[in-house]
Write a protein that binds this ligand. Structure first.
Ligand SMILES: Cc1cc2nc3c(=O)[nH]c(=O)nc-3n(C[C@H](O)[C@H](O)[C@H](O)COP(=O)(O)OP(=O)(O)OC[C@H]3O[C@@H](n4cnc5c(N)ncnc54)[C@H](O)[C@@H]3O)c2cc1C
Length: 310
């Protein structure tokens, strides 16, 4: 096990215990901006999110490790500016296990105590995922490494209610998800979805497979027709036909305000239904913007301390 020093006075949220008390946990996912304007806008958005008292804010890791140090810079900003625990996303793409340990050590030294442990996508122009020499082909191996080298790290892993695109079936995908939990993953954060029935079926299947880790739905607020259409085209995510029709009609009228209103109303209903079904938390893909998510959280009257799940 590698020994790294521990900074003082850190926000203490750890994914290993966050969901065990039955307390609902709100979490926010951001990505490192590419411009100074983006940085300034994100700082402002984070300020707004801090009023909703999220349990943690997570920061993505660029495809191919393109934001390697930016992810950690933003984790430090999350600690310093928002005062909540950061979760650093990390993938197996392009790093061997020594490099993975090195990066994890840097994260630990900066005060990161939670990692979203991912394999990463197949790099553009390639047809299948290939591990680098001395590296990993599956997220489970990264989970094992973190558990061994950094046993105090909280570990989140990814789940796919509509199946990971490369998986032969939902059943095999869930069997591999179980391996990630058995290896030491503490909580599952799902890919975004818009049809709650899909999520409930997935949740049930995971429970039947003996996955006892909390499964936290990933929610992406709808702000415009073209974005939803792109998501459907790229990933085949199921979107209720009536919602799509309403958004398209507003789009054809070039009515952006109506698209936003329809999207927010749908997201509020979606989140309320998930809460009513007793989900342990909600993980918001906010795309670095506060407006839509903020309106949704306000409509739900959602602050971390206000919901107790069963
Ligand atoms: C919440 C969340 C956050 C994300 N954040 C990022 C990010 O910051 N940066 C980024 O680049 N990407 C991110 N992603 C995307 C993710 O990297 C991709 O979806 C990637 O293609 C799969 O990653 P995984 O961790 O789910 O991989 P794995 O769990 O390794 O699964 C990948 C595929 O391999 C299969 N599989 C797993 N184990 C085995 C095995 N032992 N044998 C054979 N097949 C197996 C699975 O069924 C699946 O089809 C995120 C996804 C989610 C849901």
């Amino acid at each position: 096990m590698t020994v790294f020093t521990t900074p003082n006075a850190l926000p203490s949220t750890n994914l290993s215990s966050l969901y065990t008390s039955g307390q609902f946990a709100l979490s926010i996912e951001i990505f490192p901006p590419k411009t100074a304007e983006g940085d300034a806008a994100l700082r402002q958005a984070l300020q707004e999110f801090s009023t909703y008292n999220p349990a943690f804010v997570s920061c993505t890791y660029g495809a191919g490790g393109s934001t390697r140090s930016r992810t950690l810079d933003w984790c430090r900003e999350i600690i310093d500016r928002v005062g909540v625990a950061p979760t650093a996303h990390f993938t197996c793409v392009g790093s061997n296990s020594d490099e993975l340990i090195e990066w994890l050590g840097q994260a630990w030294q900066l005060g990161v105590r939670n990692i979203m442990a991912l394999r990463g996508d197949v790099p553009q122009g390639e047809t299948e995922f290939k591990a680098v020499e001395g590296g990993f082909s599956h997220a489970r191996q990264l989970v094992e490494l973190i558990r061994k080298e950094f046993p105090e790290m909280g570990i989140g892993v990814a789940g796919y209610p509509e199946k990971h695109p490369e998986a032969a079936s939902l059943e095999t995908d869930i069997a591999f998800l179980k391996e990630k939990i058995t290896a030491g993953g503490h909580a599952v954060f799902t890919q975004l979805f818009y049809d709650n029935e899909t999520f409930y079926r997935y949740w049930e299947m995971c429970l039947k497979q003996g996955i006892d880790a909390p499964i936290i739905p990933g929610v992406m607020p709808i702000t415009e027709y073209s974005r939803v259409k792109r998501i459907v085209e790229i990933s085949g995510t199921k979107v209720p036909a009536e919602l799509l029709e309403q958004l398209e009609a507003a789009h054809l009228r070039d009515d952006k305000a109506a698209q936003l209103e329809i999207g927010i109303e749908y997201s509020v209903q979606q989140c309320q239904d998930l809460i009513d079904h007793g989900v342990p938390g909600l993980h918001f893909y906010v795309l670095n913007k506060a407006h839509a998510t903020s309106q949704i959280l306000q409509s739900l009257g959602l602050k971390n301390s206000e919901i107790t799940t069963g």
